[in-house]
Ligand binder design. Structure first.
Ligand SMILES: [Zn+2]
Length: 370
């Protein structure tokens, strides 16, 4: 690691980037996921966050607590109906006796009012609590338990606080968000995501004075939620490298190269889907493509959706990217401008800390090398 100048505290071998973290992010205990009709243990577990935290504090990174933001911060990128649902559904679920009387210890949808069901009829709010869930949750993998809402709000506070650090002049900051966020759209949630932390950060940067923001998403999966939130906006560029949904991977219905934005946002969306098995060199070439496109957009600040599930050992994706490549990606993305990094996916506990630390080390050295 380079040690000259740049970030305060960026001594050789020490990570000077501030880590925004709140322990409420551990309160979300999804209790597994229902995948293809069967409840599995799931991989989006609290140990992910503690593992990352240990790696970063071990490298000397300073920890800062997030500032509590009011609901306006999330309502700037999400519909009130979604936010209200997430805030109240667990209490409604308990009041309805689902855990105590029916053995349903987590909120999970079972009926979805898709166009295939409605066939042109207007969407009505159903009377039954268990039927309301499908209005907002678009898969069966994204369960809600007693501490989910507290964790979701703590994660958005971390993201907004990291953005505020950038607005105040820091070259980089990192929000250790859990649960992740990039699959949460304007009015819906899924993919182990509830509210969109990266979108909250991007909007906070805009509100803090950045005329244009670029989001670079290097999670192994396409951030369909982030794309949807900014798809028709010219002020926030979204670029993603991910495993090709056309090869059969989540989110299946979005993430294709032809999705380039619409209306004023035409051209401000860029997807680079990669084949399963793709390794470092083509992955970094894709990151370079995204950075080149984002650079043309003229960003004054950058949000990095930092999923490290493209790691070779990760159980959730078939990409084969090393920690060294993640570090190189961090260096390249840092050259775009000041970066608020937001944790997304990454599920291989033994290597998770190394990948996140590597990326942040790259961000730090990329800035000091300028
Ligand atoms: Zn992912």
């Amino acid at each position: 690691m380079r040690s000259e100048g740049g970030l305060p505290g960026a001594d050789a071998g020490r990570l000077g980037i501030q880590i925004v973290w709140h322990e409420d992010c551990l309160l979300h205990q999804p209790g597994g996921e229902v995948w293809l009709g069967t409840r599995d243990a799931g991989t989006e577990v609290p140990d992910r966050a503690t593992t990352i935290l240990a790696a970063l504090t071990g490298a000397g990174a300073p920890i800062v607590r997030p500032r509590r933001h009011d609901s306006a911060t999330v309502l700037a990128v999400h519909d009130p109906g979604l936010v209200d649902h997430l805030a109240t559904i667990w209490a409604d679920w308990e009041a309805g006796g689902y855990p105590a009387d029916y053995g349903r210890d987590r909120v999970v949808p079972y009926v979805f009012p898709t166009e295939a069901m409605l066939a042109g009829l207007p969407l009505r709010r159903p009377a039954a609590t268990h039927a309301q869930v499908g209005m907002f949750c678009y898969d069966t993998m994204t369960l809600i338990g007693p501490g989910t809402w507290e964790a979701v709000r703590a994660a958005t506070d971390c993201a907004a606080t990291a953005a505020a650090l950038i607005t105040s002049g820091r070259p980089a900051a990192y929000a250790l968000c859990r649960p992740p966020g990039h699959h949460a759209g304007p009015a819906g949630y899924g993919g182990s995501c509830y509210l969109n932390n990266a979108a909250v950060a991007a909007q906070a940067l805009r509100d803090g004075g950045a005329a244009r923001v670029a989001i670079i998403d290097i999670d192994a999966h396409h951030g369909n939620g982030t794309q949807a939130i900014f798809y028709d906006r010219a002020d926030v560029f979204y670029g993603s490298v991910h495993v090709d949904p056309g090869a059969g991977w989540f989110p299946h219905y979005a993430g294709f190269a032809a999705e380039r934005g619409s209306g004023p946002g035409a051209g401000a969306n860029r997807n680079v889907p990669l084949s399963p098995g793709t390794g470092d060199e083509p992955w970094l070439a894709a990151v370079d493509e995204l950075c080149a496109d984002a650079g043309k957009h003229g960003p004054e600040a950058v949000v990095l959706s930092l999923g490290v599930d493209a790691a070779s050992a990760d159980p959730e994706s078939p990409l084969q990217v090393t920690a060294a490549a993640y570090q190189a990606a961090g260096e390249r993305i840092a050259r775009l401008g000041p970066v608020a990094a937001v944790q997304e996916g990454g599920y291989d506990l033994p290597s998770l800390g190394e990948y996140v630390l590597g990326t942040l080390t790259g961000l730090q050295s990329g800035r000091t090398a300028q």
